[in-house]
Design a protein around this ligand. Structure first.
Ligand code: 15L
Length: 267
């Protein structure tokens, strides 16, 4: 990997990876639709709207690997999801194919599988079970990654990110939290592991309360350093009572409960 592109570099995860990957690859190209400040040594700064195909092609030109964080990062209207996470995503993949990009590390999400129950342990092989339009767009990214891997040989590493931050923020996040250093480790595996064709892993730390069997990540060398448990007592003491029963039962939490109108619950 000579030149690595981070899209969505102005967001929370993007700003963190811009720091932790500084100097790791000869050139880090950081891009967002908003101003993200000047380039530092070893950086190139780019400003691109993902819906603009020609601009996306310029953004991707010359890159060996892409960490795709750009687009909409939570539930939103169909129009916004369509523009950012479907059309914008497709533009990135097409530009990657044209530019001969070798690897795409994709920020997919726990919300691609958010309707699984919390008493279930799921691995990378379960069927998708999105909990929102946003979750559907992340499942779409995994399907598009599969197509571009099989048909065009682009290595795809889909990280179903739980919740990124310096510490877990509530009960649900005790099960899905990932620390900055653990996410950096996973992203580097996605870019650097020699054998990746198509892989799905969970972007979570070594949480004792995890809902995931993340053996696929471990197989590829992932050794997470952090665990949410030391924060558990403090987090649980602040947890408000009276949560929505659907949100409480399902891994995706409030993403499952929002707009919910089913009369009977699917198992
Ligand atoms: C996500 O996928 C979102 O990008 C993030 O903002 C959080 O909502 C996270 O999931 C979560 O489930 O906590």
């Amino acid at each position: 990997m000579h030149r690595v592109l981070i899209t969505g570099a102005g967001g929370g995860i993007g700003r963190s990876l811009r720091e932790t990957l500084h100097g790791v690859y000869p050139v880090l190209r950081v891009s967002d639709r908003v101003d993200i400040g000047p380039a530092r040594a070893g950086e190139e700064v780019d400003r691109t709207e993902l819906a603009d195909r020609a601009a996306v092609e310029r953004m991707v030109e010359g890159c060996d690997g892409i960490i795709h964080l750009g687009g909409i990062s939570g539930e939103n209207t169909w129009e916004k999801i369509l523009e950012g996470n479907i059309v914008g995503l497709y533009n990135v993949f097409e530009a990657a194919r044209l530019a001969g990009v070798k690897r795409i590390v994709m920020a997919t999400s726990n919300h691609a599988v958010g309707f699984y129950r919390r008493d279930q342990t799921i691995n990378h092989n379960v069927m998708v079970r999105p909990d929102s339009r946003y979750g559907v767009s992340k499942a779409f990214s995994e399907a598009l990654g599969s197509l571009y891997s099989d048909k065009h040989g682009i290595g795809f590493f889909g990280v179903r990110i739980g919740n990124f931050g310096t510490r877990p923020i509530d009960k649900r996040r005790l099960s899905i939290w990932i620390s900055p250093r653990d996410l950096t480790q996973l992203v580097r595996i996605g870019l650097e592991h020699p054998d990746i064709r198509y892989e799905i892993v969970y972007g979570v730390s070594n949480n004792r309360r995890s809902w995931y069997d993340n053996s696929n990540a471990v197989r590829l060398g992932y050794r997470p350093q952090d665990d949410s448990e030391p924060y558990a007592a403090e987090v649980l003491a602040k947890e408000p009572a009276g949560a929505d029963p659907i949100a409480e039962r399902r891994q995706g939490g409030t993403f499952c409960a929002e707009e919910y109108s089913a009369e009977t619950e699917r198992d």
